[in-house]
Each structure stands twice: as structure tokens, then as C-alpha cells.
Write a protein that binds this ligand. Structure first.
Ligand code: CA
Ligand code: CA
Length: 720
């Protein structure tokens, strides 16, 4: 039994030591032979491109980017590096792959629980049954749309500049018969047919129906905005719903060029993309709102970015998913500083807790289905934004965003996981006032010393009012309607930044400041040191932990921010102090203590001068590096007690003559080394050595010293 345990322990150790670090193979996440480049001076783009022996596939009109074709044999990575070395290049990035925010399949019909949950019926009452309140164009950048679906056809955007089906590009935008939208990436030339070819999910059709399926028309279900005009902008293809970033950019440009006010982006890119950021900036400049699915990986986007959800823009709204019971489903990405709010996205495949909307499956035999995902949550907000704009056409994009944020229902499950801590409420959003609303604070984490912050939002007003963090007023240096620069004072509390004490705010964290000091940072071992941590924090500290050079934190009973410790053994100690405050902040501070080996009172232990026979025997051999180990053992285990000191004294009395003899005879030196080896190992690896000795004995392998020596040396070699 014991042997089994030993063997198991040895196996575990061997596995722990010899299994190499596994790293996942990188996925092919971009298209070969192409780049997306932004030039500082677009006039000189042609020159820069020809220097790289590349060519321009497309120059965008509304986005500041070029689509570049690389010469044969040049890898994307090489080309990115090469382009970046050109001073006229602002950024060069791969044409990344984009995927729909994956939707779990659900073949069952369910009820549209999401509509009463967000108070849609009450909101619809505001329309008094009319849809003659203007038509906001919502572009759905997705897998396309089944535009002849009976519940979608009434609300499909129709391009007034195009005569459908005549085979002529009537509006002269380069796309023939783009009547309901356009299709990018199926062929080199954009097509005018954005029909949804996602036979697995009908993703774009489902998203479109959530925004604007015709309501109150005795057909199927209802969308949020019965008066919306849905523009189908297809760039994701096939049942996998994959596409290329460049085609998403073409889609954004198309939507902006055709008058869309809202762009729904229920898709994800893992890579940070300058061009996607620029596309959202172009939307901002055009006064267009962007609604982004937070993504379906269950990530905290404050730590791991997903795009476009993670783009911090005054016109971008990132949306997490909520369930019918107002919880956050585990798949939903979230982020206290990144994701604005939650909206119904449903729980899971196969449950009634998913969102019912329009699809075109089985060649039109299936027209409705429930699916779940943040892909379903984003269009609820897009529909709400369109409804607000329908009723209040004079609002700016940031004012529409502000109304949505101010109109949320505060829900415990979304507190700390979203900026607003709430879930979409359509009725409240429609009735919300234009009050100061904070979208973003940069930086949102500061230390005790405070500092300057930039606050972005809406409805701040043109004349300075007041801005406060957790109720403490700040000094203002810049104030305009959408941006404020203010100073957080020293010793402020973590909390929410709010303007004029109104509206939705933004969480800011004040991290305690630690100054760690020692009465001395070096000296001869045993070294006694007073360690003192000065903590500056407005929050209360709930946990104090020390790591006295052992590599682990421990709460030391009776000790908080001051401790006296003796470093017995010579060595370099990496001392750390860690606190946790009542808001969950964890702060670590460290310093290094060096305890040196030699002391005036210890007997001298020269390495090979003939006094210490151990050093003499080990000199120049594999044991040589371990002499220090024996000395440490002497200093910490032997010199600290009376019998030990007697032994050391005895050793140094007899050692010089022994050293003198063995230094003259190589055979004696070798024999001495053999004799010393088990002692060294016993000190260095006591458990392992004992286990091997035990194992050897039990297995009956080693009665001879040679065998034992063999096993011991094997163990040793494992650890070197
Ligand atoms: Ca056209
Ligand atoms: Ca035409």
C-alpha cells in the first residue's frame, strides 16, 4: 500500500515536472493576401501601396480606410510589419474573420415573454395605434433578411433611388437593384440581393423581426418597433454566419450612405480593430447609433475585449442578455465599465425562455422560432432606439442613448455587471427626460491620490453645473454639453460619477494606496526586521495578508499593517503585503529583504582551504554547489540549539586534519563525496529522498549500496 502511494506520488511529481506547457494552436482568424490600412495622408496612399508592391482593392468614401491586395508570397504578418514601417501608415491590420454572436438552436415555439418584460405594450400605447410618425431606418449588419417574410415585408426598407428588377444601377451607387439592402462578400462585386442564406438560424431574419416585425397585423408575432424600416446589410454568409471584417466595413459605409440612423451589430470579432473603431467613429460623426451584442462567451469585457461591443464610443451601446426571470444567462458577456445594459436574450436552447421572432427555415415552412443569445438582446435596444427617435425626431444620437440608459429597470443581477446595473424598459425609455447622463469615465480606476478624469455623456448643458463621485463634488476644468474634465480629490470614495446629481452614472474605483517600509532591508542572518505598511484609503480594509518571502499570502493572527519578523536563513526575500477593501479592491505592495550568510560569531567555513573537509571533498565536483546548503543547514538548524552548536564545534575541531588528509588523496575525496551525497539530498529533498529509500527497500531492489546510490542520483538528476 505504502509503495503504491509512493509510486503514485512519484508519478505525480514526474508528471508535474515533465508535462510541457500546452499552448493552443492559433486559429486562422483572418484572410490571406489582404490588409486593411489607414494612411495618415490618403493623398499619398498610392505611393505607399506601390512601395509595398501591393494594390488598392477599394478606397472607402465614408471610412478612412483602404482595402489592400498583397503581392503573392507575402504573408499577412510580414505585410502588417512592412506597412507599419511606412511613416504614412496610421495602422495596418489583417482582414479579420467575423462571426454572428452564436445562437443556440431551439426548434420550439414560445411566447414573446420579452415584450411584456420590457413594458413594450405600455410603450406601444403611446403610439395610439398609429405608425405615421416617421420611419427610422435601422440597418441590420448580419446574415441578410428574408425580406418576403409576411411579418417583415411591410417594414422592409425600400431604396427609393432604385427601380427594382430592371438590372440597372439606377441610383448609381455601384450596386445593381439594391432595393432592400445589399450583400457584401458573396462575390467581389456587391450584390443587390441580401437574402438570408443562414439555413441554421436565419440569424439576420430573426434579429430583424425583433426590431421591427409588423405588429398588430394579425400575423405571427410583433417586433418592438412596428414602424421601423429595416435595411438588410448582408456580410455574414452561410449557416456558420461567418464573414470578413472588410465586408462589415463596406456594410457600415453602405448604411451610412443610405440614411440609416441605427446600425445593429449582432456579431463578434475577437481582435481589436482600428478600422472597426473608425467605422464607429464615422457613425458618431454622422449622428448614427450603433447597438452591439456583448457576445456569447461569458466573458468580462472589462478584462477581455470583444468587438464591436468593447469600443467605448458615445454612440455605441453594448447589450448583455437577460432571461425571463431577470437573471443573466451564463453565456452572456458582461462588463461593469463596458456593457451598458441588459435586454432579453433568453436562457437556453430548448427552453421557452428564448426570444420568439421571424425566421425563414425549411424553404419558408418555418416562419417563427425561439432562439437565445446576446444577438437577440441587441436588437431589442435597436428597436427601442428607433421607437424613441420615431416619437422624438429632434433628439441627437447621444440623447437617444441617454434615454435608454436612464430608462432601465434596476435589477440586482446586472448590478456590477453593466454600467447602468439595469435591463431595458421600453416604456421608461420612451418617457425618460433629457437629463445629464454619464456614458464613460476615463480613467475609471484611480489610486488614493485621485487625479483628473474625462467624463463623456449627454445633456450636461453648456454652463457648468456640478459633478460628484459618491456624493463628493469635484473641481471642474472643462465643461461642455457632452464632455467634462474634472479632478477627483485625494482620499475619495469609490462610487458613481454623476452630473448635477441626476441621470445614469458611471462607476469609478478608488484603489487604496500602500507604502511598505522596513526597519532595514539588508543585514546578516538571522535578521530581524520591522515591516510597516502605511495604508491610505477612504474605504475600510477587510483583510490584511503577508507573504514573508514564502510565495504565499497568509493572514497572520493579531497582525494587520505592522509585523516584526526574523529572516533566519541567509537569502533574498520577496516580501509582499496584500489588502482587500470593502468594495472588493485588492492591492499588493512589495519590497525585498536581503539577509547575508556570514556572521562574526560563526566559525569560519572556507570553501577549500583545508579547514572544512566537506568543502575539500566537494571541491570541483557535483557536490560543490551544495556546500552552501550544508552551511545554511548549519546556520539554521545546528547553530540555533545547544547540541547542534556542540556538534559544529566538534566538527571544526576535527575537520582541519581530516581535510588535510583527503586533500592529498583523490580516492578518499571520492569516498567522502559518496558518503556525503545522501546527506545533501536528505537536506535538500527530504521527502523525496526518504520515499526513494523506502521504495527501494520495499521493492527489494537495493541491498547493495551501488543500487541505492543509482536511485538516489536519478532522483537528484530529476530535480536539477
Ligand atoms: Ca444601386
Ligand atoms: Ca434598378
Amino acid at each position: 500500500m505504502l509503495m503504491k502511494l509512493c509510486l503514485a506520488a512519484i508519478q505525480l511529481l514526474l508528471i508535474a515536472m515533465y508535462v510541457p506547457a500546452v499552448s493552443a494552436a492559433p486559429l486562422q482568424s483572418y484572410k490571406e493576401g489582404e490588409l486593411i490600412v489607414r494612411f495618415k495622408n490618403p493623398q499619398k496612399a498610392a505611393k505607399s501601396v506601390s512601395l509595398q508592391k501591393s494594390s488598392i482593392i477599394r478606397k472607402f468614401q465614408r471610412l478612412p480606410v483602404h482595402h489592400i491586395k498583397l503581392p503573392a508570397g507575402v504573408s499577412v504578418q510580414e505585410a502588417v510589419a512592412s506597412f507599419k514601417s511606412d511613416p504614412n501608415v496610421l495602422y495596418a491590420e489583417p482582414n479579420y474573420r467575423v462571426r454572428k454572436s452564436v445562437v443556440p438552436n431551439d426548434p420550439n415555439y414560445g411566447s414573446q415573454w420579452h415584450l411584456p418584460l420590457i413594458s413594450a405594450p405600455a410603450a406601444w400605447d403611446l403610439f395610439a395605434g398609429t405608425r405615421a410618425v416617421g420611419s427610422i431606418i435601422v440597418a441590420v449588419l448580419d446574415t441578410g433578411m428574408a425580406y418576403s417574410h409576411p411579418d417583415l415585408a411591410p417594414n422592409v426598407w425600400v431604396n427609393s433611388g432604385e427601380i427594382c428588377g430592371d438590372g440597372i444601377d439606377n441610383d448609381n451607387n455601384g450596386i445593381i437593384d439594391d432595393c432592400y439592402g445589399a450583400n457584401f462578400g458573396s462575390t467581389t462585386q456587391a450584390s443587390g440581393d441580401p437574402w438570408d442564406d443562414d439555413t441554421a438560424d436565419s440569424h439576420g431574419t430573426h434579429v430583424s423581426g425583433i426590431i421591427g416585425a409588423a405588429g398588430n397585423n394579425s400575423v405571427g408575432g410583433a417586433g418592438i418597433n412596428w414602424a421601423a424600416r429595416i435595411m438588410a446589410v448582408k456580410f455574414l454568409h452561410g449557416p456558420e454566419g461567418m464573414g470578413d471584417l472588410i465586408d462589415a466595413l463596406r456594410g457600415v459605409e453602405y448604411a451610412l450612405s443610405r440614411g440609416a440612423k441605427i446600425i445593429n451589430m449582432s456579431f463578434e470579432v475577437d481582435e481589436d480593430s482600428g478600422s472597426l473603431r473608425d467605422a464607429i467613429t464615422a457613425a458618431e460623426n454622422a449622428g448614427v447609433l450603433v447597438i452591439s451584442a456583448a457576445g456569447n462567451v461569458g466573458l468580462n469585457l472589462d478584462q477581455t475585449a470583444i468587438f464591436p461591443a468593447s469600443v467605448r464610443s458615445p454612440v455605441n451601446i453594448a447589450v448583455a442578455a437577460s432571461t425571463s426571470s431577470d437573471t443573466m444567462p451564463s453565456y452572456s458577456d458582461y462588463g461593469r465599465h463596458t456593457v451598458e445594459l441588459a435586454a432579453p436574450g433568453g436562457f437556453a436552447t430548448g427552453s421557452a425562455d428564448a426570444v420568439l421572432s421571424t425566421v425563414w427555415l425549411d424553404n419558408g415552412a418555418t416562419l417563427y422560432r425561439t432562439t437565445a443569445g446576446t444577438s437577440m438582446a441587441a436588437p431589442q435596444v435597436a428597436g427601442a432606439a428607433a421607437l424613441i427617435w420615431n416619437l422624438h425626431p429632434g433628439l441627437s444620437a447621444v440623447q437617444v442613448k441617454a434615454r435608454i440608459l436612464n430608462g432601465v429597470d434596476q435589477v440586482a443581477a446586472f448590478a456590477g455587471k453593466t454600467i447602468t446595473g439595469g435591463r431595458l424598459n421600453l416604456e421608461k425609455a420612451l418617457n425618460a427626460l433629457d437629463i445629464p447622463t454619464v456614458f464613460d469615465v476615463s480613467p475609471y480606476q484611480l489610486n488614493w491620490n485621485g487625479g483628473s478624469i474625462t467624463v463623456k455623456g449627454a445633456n450636461f448643458g453648456v454652463s457648468p453645473g456640478s459633478i460628484a463621485l459618491a456624493g463628493t463634488t469635484m473641481t471642474v476644468s472643462v465643461w461642455n454639453d457632452t464632455q467634462i474634465t474634472a479632478v477627483i480629490p485625494q482620499n475619495a470614495q469609490s462610487g458613481t460619477v454623476r452630473v448635477n446629481g441626476q441621470g445614469s452614472g458611471f462607476p469609478v474605483t478608488i484603489v487604496p494606496l500602500i507604502t511598505l517600509s522596513a526597519s532595514s532591508v539588508s543585514g546578516v542572518a538571522p535578521l530581524t526586521v520591522d515591516l510597516t505598511a502605511e495604508i491610505r484609503s477612504a474605504a475600510s480594509i477587510t483583510k490584511y495578508e503577508w507573504d514573508l518571502g514564502e510565495g504565499i499570502f497568509k493572514a497572520i493572527p493579531g497582525t494587520t499593517s505592522q509585523i516584526t519578523h526574523t529572516f533566519v536563513t541567509a537569502g533574498t526575500y520577496y516580501v509582499r503585503f496584500r489588502i482587500t477593501d470593502n468594495t472588493g479592491n485588492i492591492v499588493v505592495e512589495s519590497l525585498t529583504i536581503t539577509a547575508t550568510a556570514e556572521t562574526a560569531t560563526l566559525p569560519s567555513a572556507p570553501e577549500s582551504n583545508g579547514y572544512c573537509f566537506i568543502a575539500t571533498a566537494a571541491y570541483g565536483s557535483y557536490l560543490h554547489p551544495h556546500v552552501r546548503l550544508l552551511r545554511d543547514f548549519r546556520d539554521t538548524r545546528l547553530l540555533t540549539n545547544a547540541p547542534g552548536r556542540a556538534f559544529v564545534s566538534l566538527y571544526y575541531r576535527w575537520s582541519p586534519p581530516v581535510a588535510a588528509v583527503i586533500s592529498e588523496h583523490d580516492t578518499l575525496r571520492i569516498l567522502s563525496r559518496w558518503a556525503l551525497t545522501p546527506i545533501v539530498l536528505l537536506i535538500e529533498f527530504p521527502l523525496m529522498t526518504l520515499m526513494f529509500i523506502l521504495l527501494s527497500a520495499v521493492a527489494g531492489l537495493a541491498c547493495a549500496n551501488r543500487n541505492k546510490s543509482y536511485h538516489v542520483r536519478l532522483t537528484h538528476s530529476l530535480f536539477k
